[in-house]
Design a protein around this ligand. Sequence first.
Ligand SMILES: Cc1cc2nc3c(=O)[nH]c(=O)nc-3n(C[C@H](O)[C@H](O)[C@H](O)COP(=O)(O)O)c2cc1C
Length: 341
Amino acid sequence: MSKLLLSIFFLFAISFSACSDNDKLELPTDSEQAEGNEDSDEDESEQPPFSGTGRYLILYASRSGTTERVAQLIQSTLNCDILEVEPTSPYESDYNAMLTRAQNELRDIGNGIFPSIKTSVESFENYDMIFVGYPIWHGHMATPMQSFLNLHSAKLSGKNIALFATSGSSGMSTSLTEAQKYCTNSTFIETLHLTSSTIPDMQNRVTNWLLSIGVVEENQNTESMDIKLTFNDHTLTATLVDNSSTKALMEILAERDIIIEMEDYANMEKVGPFGFSLPRNDEQITTTEGDLILYQGNSFVVYYAPNTWSFTRLGKINNIAQGELKTMLGSGNVTMRLSRK
Ligand SMILES: Cc1cc2nc3c(=O)[nH]c(=O)nc-3n(C[C@H](O)[C@H](O)[C@H](O)COP(=O)(O)O)c2cc1C
C-alpha cells in the first residue's frame, strides 16, 4: 500500500506542479475520454489516474460502507492495491433521494449516457487479476462502477476480473451480464455475493472465495487464525483479525492453551486477565455481540452487548445467533479456555 500511496502522492505532485507552471498542461487522463464516455461534457476527472503496481487490484464502489468492508477484507488478506471508484457528484445522503437518483442514472445508462466519475486508472498491465466490487442498485450494478467499466473496457481487455457485490437480498446475475457487456474481452471468474443475511459471515465467505478462486493457498488461509473458546459446556470458534496482537496471541497458543477467569462487567462483557501482555493496536471501536477484545494490552474481553471504547480488536466469534452468546455466558463468572483450532 505504501507504493500505492507514493504513486498517488507522486501523481498529485505532478498535477500541482503542472498547474502552477502552466495551467494549460493537462494530466494524462484524456486517454480515458478517448475511450468513448458519452457524458464527455461532465467527465473531467477530478483525480489523477491511479497507476499502482502489484498482482491484484481491488476496485470498489460503496455508498454506505458495506461493499467497502468486503473490499478491505480482501485487501487485508491479499495485501494488495485498492481504489474506490467514486461518482463526481457525491452520493445522496438521503436514502430515498439516492433511490431516485440511481433510478434516473440507470435509465440514462440505458440511453447510453453514463454518470460522471472522478476515478480513473492509468493501466492494468501489472495486474493478474482485478477485483471489482459494488452494491446492487435496483437489481443492477451500481452506476459509478458501470461508468468505470464502460470507460476502462479497452484497458481491461484480456484481464481476469473477479466481481463481488453486496445487496439487501437481490441477486447479482444481472450485474454480471452488465460487466460482461462492458468488458467483452475480459475473463470473468467465480463471483462473490453477500446479502444482508450473509454479511455477518463475511470473513468466512471472503476467505472461502479467495481460496476457491486460487488467490490464497490453504496455508495462507485465515483459518489458521481460527481459535476455539471453551467455557461452561460450550465450544465456539472465533476468527482472529490480522494484527500484531493476534500474531503474538497465536504464538502463545501454539505452545499452550490459555485459561482465563472472567467476570461479568456492566451487563455487556466478560473480562479477565491474560496473565501476560500483548502488543496493543488500540482504536475507537463500538462492539457488537461476539467481539473479542484486548483491553489495556493485558485483559481478554468477550462482548455480548455494545460498548464504545478505545481498545484492540482481536477477532469475532463465528456463527452465533442474536442473543445466543449472552445466554451461553450466563450472568456470573466463567472459566474460558482458549486453544488453537
Ligand atoms: C439506490 C439503491 C438501490 C438499491 N437497490 C437494491 C436492490 O434492488 N436490491 C437489494 O437487494 N438491495 C438494494 N439496495 C441495498 C444495497 O444493495 C445494499 O444495502 C448494499 O449492501 C449497499 O452497499 P454499500 O454499503 O457498499 O453502498 C439498494 C440501495 C441503494 C442505495
